[in-house]
Design a protein around this ligand. Structure first.
Ligand SMILES: NC(=O)C1=CN([C@@H]2O[C@H](COP(=O)(O)OP(=O)(O)OC[C@H]3O[C@@H](n4cnc5c(N)ncnc54)[C@H](O)[C@@H]3O)[C@@H](O)[C@H]2O)C=CC1
Ligand SMILES: CCCCCC(=O)/C=C/[C@H]1C=CC(=O)[C@@H]1CCCCCCC(=O)O
Length: 306
């Protein structure tokens, strides 16, 4: 997809996934601000990319995403340097739980909230340049599942928050009134530099996923970014990326699931009028029963019509 001079901001892009996305933007003719708290690494990445794609296409601005003022000046400086409005924000900056739980929540969730609201303010029709735009939040599959210990729980909780934020802020009303779409990328373990830093964690993760062949290369996250950029319609969705299988969209409206279980609880009330709670094993029986019912109903229909 050609980005023909479109202006992008990618947070936490000194290295890893963010740097991969920034390079892809340049390869496709866009202009990008690389931003990070790591000045030295950020400047080195920017230098390397400037040599390949032109100094007028890429710049580095220091930004700590947890700081509103820092984020605001990142946005204003970018527009000043490139002389055009920002049209896409990639909220990629993130840390893992080893940074400490408060930092993890601050950077992964609060930082993204600052970014999302700022994007609505600056790109939206109400207060901003009015051209609309896109926000891509880098979440994780960790946002859908449970971690296996208390230590990693802030990371899982922060990413669940990002998925929820994406669903809620990426709603039809906001899209109509502001012209801004908000989606997320939820990937599994990805082979960024990080994997060489902590041998114990590396070994644990590699065992969990079944070897390096099941780690995602950064290029697959770049592909996911391209998918979201080329799809002009999706909003509030999480694009899930796992190794060796196609990507898929997690639906925004998980109301169906709530309705399913509410129907289950209603039926359960008929069987056990005084029960206060439908226990997990009741739910399992209901779920299996429902599948059986569907199977028998479909078989009967098949027999009638064919
Ligand atoms: N590597 C993996 O297995 C996975 C990573 N992710 C997510 O992908 C994103 C990128 O991660 P990686 O590239 O793997 O890690 P990374 O550590 O290479 O890159 C993250 C960048 O964010 C920057 N950063 C940290 N705190 C910041 C702050 N307050 N303000 C601005 N920048 C800040 C770091 O300096 C770093 O350059 C993160 O949000 C991470 O949670 C999601 C799923 C899997
Ligand atoms: C199905 C979970 C996918 C998680 C993908 C992800 O975001 C991974 C990030 C990890 C890379 C290095 C880390 O420190 C991150 C978190 C690792 C959590 C592992 C903890 C073990 C567990 O609770 O399962």
């Amino acid at each position: 997809m050609s980005f023909s001079n479109k202006v992008f901001i990618v947070t936490g892009s000194a290295r890893g996934v963010g740097a991969g996305i920034a390079e892809n933007i340049l390869q496709n003719g866009g202009r990008v601000t690389i931003s990070d708290v790591l000045n030295e690494v950020g400047l080195a990445t920017t230098d390397r990319l400037a040599k390949l794609y032109g100094t007028e296409k890429v710049t580095f601005i220091h930004c700590d995403v947890t700081n509103q003022q820092s984020f605001e000046s990142l946005w204003s400086e970018t527009e000043k340097i490139f002389g055009s409005p920002v049209q896409v924000l990639v909220n990629n900056a993130g840390v893992f739980h080893n940074a400490g739980w408060e930092k993890c929540i601050d950077i992964n969730l609060k930082g993204l909230m600052i970014g999302n609201y700022l994007a609505l303010d600056r790109m939206g029709k109400t207060k901003g340049h009015g051209l609309g735009g896109q926000v891509i939040n880098v979440a994780s599959l960790a946002g859908f599942v449970a971690g296996s210990d208390a230590i990693s729980s802030p990371y899982f909780a922060s990413k669940a928050g990002v998925i929820s934020l994406t669903k809620s802020i990426g709603n039809d009303l906001t899209l109509r009134t502001e012209g801004v779409r908000v989606n997320a990328i939820c990937m599994g373990y990805t082979d960024t530099g990080l994997f060489n830093k902590n041998k114990q964690l590396n070994d644990q993760i590699l065992e969990e996923v079944g070897g390096t062949k099941n780690l995602l290369p950064v290029s697959r996250i770049v592909d996911a970014f391209q998918v979201l950029m080329s799809n002009g319609k999706v909003n509030g969705r999480s694009l899930c990326v796992m190794a060796n299988i196609p990507m898929w969209y997690y639906p925004r409206h998980d109301r169906q699931e709530i309705i399913f279980w509410a129907c289950g609880a209603k039926l359960f009330k008929r069987l056990r009028p005084n029960a206060m709670v439908m226990e997990p094993w009741h739910q399992a029986v209901f779920f299996i029963g429902f599948q059986l019912f569907l199977f028998i109903a479909l078989q009967t229909l098949w027999r009638i019509f064919f």
